[in-house]
Design a protein around this ligand. Structure first.
Ligand code: ZN
Length: 128
């Protein structure tokens, strides 16, 4: 979930500058845009939901905790991704690297860039 800091956009509700950005399609102008929700407000909304639905929340948490294989599976999966330099892994490294400059979405990354990044990582590994 992309949370970005927009210094010139100050929340009237809490004075914060951290925004949760969600890509939306505007029918009126037939173009893509962003919808911003104050990060603090979003946290409050979630807390409110947990208060109202304590059973659902507990159930969801329990499910993850009880699944012993859950953590193991995800770590093996992660390791394989890193070893094979999968598209998924490459995309995540590109998104992390771009974070300082703003929000970048998976679908905005062209395959060319993924391939280039993979070559770069492979070279790095050979040098190291
Ligand atoms: Zn706010």
């Amino acid at each position: 979930m992309p949370i970005i800091n927009i210094p010139e956009k100050v929340c009237l509700h809490c004075g914060g500058t951290e925004w949760y950005a969600r890509k939306v399609f505007r029918k009126k102008t037939q173009s893509e845009g962003y919808r911003y929700v104050c990060n603090l407000k979003k946290t409050e909304i979630i807390k409110e939901w947990v208060k109202k639905n304590p059973e659902k929340y507990a159930k969801g948490r329990k499910k993850v905790r009880l699944d012993i294989n859950y953590k193991e599976k995800s770590s093996v999966y992660q390791k394989t991704n890193v070893q094979t330099l999968s598209d998924r892994y490459i995309v995540s490294t590109i998104i992390t690297a771009a974070k300082a400059r703003g929000v970048l979405y998976k679908k905005d990354i062209p395959q060319d860039l993924i391939d280039m990044k993979r070559t770069q990582l492979l070279l790095k590994r050979q040098i190291a």
